[in-house]
Design a protein. Structure first.
Length: 366
C-alpha cells in the first residue's frame, strides 16, 4: 500500500496528539476495534501508512526543529504518550498573517518572517505531500486562504481542520477552484470523536426524534490551552460560532428560526488555565413535551480535547488520500459530513453521515 504523505500547517497541541497517535497505534491490527480511532484500517490504509513529510509554523522555537521535537515545544502542553523517532522533517517557517492574534504574541512568539507562496509551494512539492492539513488557530482567515492556495498550486489535497469556510464556502469560490484543478478538498472544522458538537447534535436529535420541541439551548465550553486562550477574543470567533451553532441547529427542521429568535447560544466560553487540554462542556436543552410540559436537560462533558481531534484527523487524512486515489475533484461531502462540523452538506451522524462515510471508504459511493 502506498503511504499517506501528510504536511501540516500549525504545529500546536492538535498536531502533537496526531503525530504521536500514529506511533501509538503503529502496531494495531487491521481488524481490532481499537479505542480512540474509528477505523484501524480505512480504504486499505493502516494508521502506520500515515507519514509526515512537511510542517509549517511561525514560532521561533518550533521553526528549524525536527517535527518530533517541535510538537513538545512551548506553549504546547500535549503530554508525551508515544515514542517517536526523529522524523527528518524540519519545521519550516510560514507567513504569520492573521495566524497570531495580538494577545497570543507572547505565547506563539512568531518569528518576523515574510514567506512567499512560492516558497511554501516548493516545500510542499519537494516533500511529496499528498495531503495538506490545516491546524492554525481559530480566526486565521487570511493565513488559511494562503495555505489553501499553496495546496492548489502544489496539487496536494486540502484537509481544513478549522472553522474557515473553504470546503463549505457558500460562494462556491474555493470548491470550484479545487474542482477545476482536480484536487480533493475536505472540511471544515474537525468534529471531535465524542466532543461537545457530536454530543449536542445527538441529544438534539433525540429530542426531535421523540417528538419534543426544542425551545432553547446553549453549549458553553471552557478549556486551558492556547486554543481556548486564542478564542477569548470575540472577533476571532465569528466563523467558529457559525460552525458550532449550525452543526446543532441543522439537526432540527426549525433550527434556523430558533437561531433567529435568539434561543441558541453555542461556542467557546472562557479560558481556565489550570484545565490545560481538558475541555469542559455544559449543554442545556429546554424542550416542550406532551401537553406543553417542559423537559430540561443539563449535561456536563469533560474530555481531553486534543485526543478528541487526533483520532478523527487520522481518519480524515486517510480519507483525503482515498479521494486522491479515486481522482475525486473538489469537496468530498461523503467524508466531510461525518468528520467535520461545517461540511458542504450536513447530515445526521448516526445514520446518513456514517453510512455515507462507510460507503465512501468501501468505494461504493463514488
Ligand atoms: N478538539 C479540538 O482540539 C479541535 C476541534 C476542532 C478544531 N480544532 C482547531 O484546530 C486548530 C489547532 O488546534 P491546536 O490546539 O493545535 O491549536 P494551538 O494553539 O495549540 O496551535 C496553533 C499553532 O499554529 C501556529 N500558527 C499560528 N499562525 C500560524 C501561521 N500563519 N502559519 C503556521 N502556523 C501558525 C502556532 O504557532 C501554533 O503552533 C485550532 O484552530 C482549533 O480550534 C480543534
Amino acid at each position: 500500500m502506498p503511504k499517506v504523505r501528510v504536511a501540516i500547517a500549525g504545529i500546536g497541541n492538535a498536531a502533537a496528539a496526531l503525530v504521536q497517535g500514529v506511533f501509538y497505534y503503529w502496531n494495531s491490527s487491521d481488524d481490532d476495534y481499537i479505542p480512540g480511532v474509528m477505523h484501524s484500517k480505512l480504504g486499505g490504509y493502516r494508521i502506520s501508512d500515515i507519514e509526515f513529510v512537511a510542517a509549517f509554523d511561525v514560532a521561533k522555537n518550533k521553526i528549524g526543529k525536527d517535527l518530533s521535537e517541535a510538537i513538545f515545544e512551548y506553549p504546547n502542553i500535549t503530554p508525551k504518550f508515544a515514542e517517536i523517532p526523529k522524523l527528518g522533517v524540519e519545521v519550516k517557517p510560514g507567513p504569520v498573517m492573521d495566524g497570531v492574534a495580538e494577545h497570543m504574541v507572547e505565547f506563539f512568539k512568531p518569528a518576523e518572517t515574510n514567506i512567499s507562496l512560492e516558497k511554501v509551494v516548493d516545500e510542499l512539492k519537494s516533500s511529496g505531500a499528498d495531503v495538506f492539513l490545516n491546524l492554525l488557530p481559530v480566526g486565521s482567515e487570511e493565513a488559511t486562504r494562503f495555505y489553501a492556495k499553496a495546496s492548489l498550486e502544489a496539487g496536494t489535497a486540502f484537509v481544513n481542520g478549522i472553522p474557515v469556510f473553504i470546503a463549505s464556502d457558500p460562494s462556491g469560490y474555493w470548491p470550484n477552484l479545487y474542482k477545476e484543478r482536480g484536487i480533493p478538498l475536505l472540511g471544515d472544522d474537525v468534529k471531535g470523536q465524542v466532543g461537545a458538537t457530536i454530543l449536542h447534535r445527538t441529544l438534539t436529535r433525540l429530542f426531535h426524534a421523540r417528538g419534543v420541541i426544542v425551545e432553547e439551548t446553549y453549549q458553553l465550553n471552557i478549556g486551558g490551552n492556547t486554543d481556548f486562550l486564542n478564542m477569548t477574543v470575540e472577533e476571532r470567533l465569528h466563523s467558529k460560532r457559525i460552525s458550532k451553532t449550525r452543526a446543532v441547529t441543522s439537526i432540527l427542521p426549525y433550527g434556523e428560526n430558533l437561531e433567529k429568535e435568539g434561543k441558541v447560544r453555542i461556542g467557546p466560553s472562557d479560558y481556565v488555565p489550570f484545565l490545560g487540554n481538558i475541555k469542559v462542556c455544559y449543554i442545556y436543552i429546554k424542550g416542550r413535551s406532551f401537553a406543553d410540559f417542559p423537559v430540561i436537560l443539563d449535561v456536563k462533558l469533560s474530555v481531553d480535547d486534543k485526543s478528541m481531534i487526533a483520532g478523527v484527523l487520522i481518519d480524515a487524512v486517510r480519507a483525503a488520500k482515498i479521494a486522491i486515489d479515486r481522482s475525486l475533484k473538489g469537496p468530498v461531502p461523503e467524508a466531510s459530513a461525518y468528520l467535520f462540523k461545517h461540511p458542504p452538506t450536513q447530515a445526521p451522524d448516526d445514520e446518513t453521515a456514517k453510512q455515507w462515510f462507510e460507503e465512501f471508504c468501501l468505494g461504493s459511493s463514488s
